[in-house]
Design a protein around this ligand. Structure first.
Ligand SMILES: C[S@@+](CC[C@H](N)C(=O)[O-])C[C@H]1O[C@@H](n2cnc3c(N)ncnc32)[C@H](O)[C@@H]1O
Length: 183
């Protein structure tokens, strides 16, 4: 990875810790970055970006693949922060930022994605799953962050994915939490 981006990500993570911004872990960032490279993802959707820490991890790889990314967040201050943080990187022009509630935006999409990363309101995960699975390309992957940290919020989500057979899924432990990957 480019030295300038690596240094920027390290500083952004430290800033997030200081300001209590719930950014993903650097380990998950590295995982997503490598996944985008390995799968040669061209169209990525992110739901919930905060100040763009996870966005930049994925965008660095997406840029190498000559791909594009769509990012949804319902918080205007968050989107302003992402815009500022992306401004210095050439890949910012390949990222479309959409303000609003993903529950209302996802049904309007016509395009499909080969990677969808969800890190937004946990008690909407069941709804995000129902909506986002229709937007996956054949062989596309969807990843949900923090699927164990708030069990009372994600129980509907778990019920849905455990009671279906169309998608394979794999839970990957993450410190005191986990992500789940479906394809
Ligand atoms: C945990 S933070 C995302 C952190 C980010 N992925 C990172 O690692 O830097 C959750 C974000 O999801 C957004 N969000 C929560 N519910 C949402 C919804 N229904 N639609 C769109 N954005 C949502 C919040 O505004 C917040 O910025």
């Amino acid at each position: 990875m480019d030295q300038q981006i690596e240094t920027f990500l390290r500083a952004l993570k430290q800033y997030g810790i200081k300001k209590n911004i719930p950014n993903i872990s650097p380990q998950l960032g590295k995982f997503l970055n490598n996944l985008v490279k390995i799968l040669n993802c061209q169209n990525i959707l992110e739901i919930g970006c905060a100040n763009g820490y996870s966005t930049i991890w994925m965008a660095e790889a997406m840029d190498k693949n000559k791909g594009k990314m769509v990012v949804i967040d319902r918080s205007l201050p968050s989107l302003k922060a992402v815009k500022n943080n992306l401004a210095q990187f050439s890949f910012s022009s390949l990222i479309e930022l959409i303000e609003g509630d993903a529950v209302h935006i996802l049904p309007k999409f016509k395009q499909k994605f080969d990677l969808i990363f969800v890190d937004a309101q946990k008690n909407l995960y069941a709804q995000f799953w129902e909506l986002a699975k229709n937007l996956l390309e054949k062989n596309g992957i969807i990843i949900f962050d923090n699927v164990r940290k708030f069990p009372e919020k994600t129980q509907d989500f778990w019920r849905l994915i455990e009671n279906q057979s169309k998608f394979e899924y794999l839970e990957i432990p993450q410190e005191k939490d986990a992500v789940v990957m479906l394809w």
